[in-house]
Design a protein around this ligand. Structure first.
Ligand code: ATR
Length: 270
């Protein structure tokens, strides 16, 4: 029997998740159906219950439902509990809903694929919203020398860093507190969507440093364009998207798809 999965979002028509999971299932031979569902803004839990009643086994969750998904879970992974958000729902054999978030591990895997050393690295993360909260636990688990969270609203970065202080060397503040050089700078703000850049010093990057943007587009983002001009290697968020999907697929199917050909195809379609 075909197992059913979906991605919930609002809107969700632009989501690449159905194509990514179809490509994974082609590779592994898993018999699954994966669709996109636009859930109502005021009743995410109802949408999940209906999907389960129709044979749904698991789901991805995207904007704006990650916090609502977190609230409906019966049990949570440690990294989901830390991030306050869930991007992967799994229906257990007992009918209980288990929640995980694979964004952070997706980011770490993509950086590893690019040969970026995280252990001992000096890391700067820009932004202190939900996207950043979702990746801090896996980043700190890699043992960086230091991780500074810089945000337009400094108090938000300070509070966020305090929530993760028991896991490693992490601090937070405003952009004026940024003190390079860094080995890795990750942009988790939505600023580049608006064509804006946070105010950053020109000597941000150590020799051989990498700039990562969680966003992606047909060409380099505003942030990656700026970083390349200052000598950094650049990595956009498309690889993270495919890696987080692969980590969700593994949670559901206990099989790890090969992400490289799927990423290559998506890149051509941008
Ligand atoms: P997400 O879920 O994508 O993280 P969010 O929780 O709304 O969305 O967070 C957006 C992040 O982008 C925040 O860190 C925000 O900074 P503030 O906390 O100061 O609002 C940051 N951001 C958005 N637009 C920005 C801009 N033009 N310049 C700098 N930072 C910006």
């Amino acid at each position: 029997m075909t197992d059913r999965y979906c991605v919930f979002g609002h809107p969700v028509g632009h989501s690449r998740s159905p194509a990514i999971h179809a490509a994974f299932a082609d590779q592994t031979g898993d018999d699954i159906e994966y669709i996109a569902i636009e859930a109502p803004l005021d009743d995410f839990a109802g949408a999940w219950r209906r999907f389960v009643a129709e044979g749904g086994r698991g789901a991805n969750v995207t904007v704006p439902f990650k916090e609502a998904a977190f609230r409906l879970c019966d049990t949570l992974s440690e990294r989901a509990r830390r991030s306050g958000a869930v991007n992967t729902l799994i229906l257990g054999g007992n009918g209980l809903t288990y929640g995980d978030t694979t964004d952070g591990v997706g980011l770490v895997r993509d950086l590893e694929r690019h040969g970026v050393a995280l252990a001992g690295a000096r890391i700067l993360v820009l932004g202190a919203g939900g996207a950043v909260r979702g990746v801090l636990e896996p980043l700190l688990a890699e043992g960086p020398a230091s991780l500074f969270v810089a945000n337009r609203t400094a108090a938000k970065a300070e509070a966020l860093a305090a929530d993760f202080r028991d896991l490693g060397e992490i601090a937070g503040g405003g952009f004026e507190a940024v003190e390079g050089p860094y080995d890795l700078v990750i942009n988790g703000t939505s600023a580049s969507l608006a064509g804006d850049l946070p105010p950053l010093p020109d000597d941000l990057f150590a020799p051989g440093a990498t700039a990562h943007d969680m966003m992606y587009g047909a060409g380099p983002t505003v942030f990656l364009h700026w970083a390349a001009e200052r000598g950094a290697r650049t990595v956009d968020g498309l690889g993270m998207l495919v890696e987080q999907a692969a980590a969700s697929f593994f949670q559901w199917r206990a099989r790890r798809p090969d992400t490289a050909p799927v990423l290559e195809r998506l890149r051509q379609e941008l």
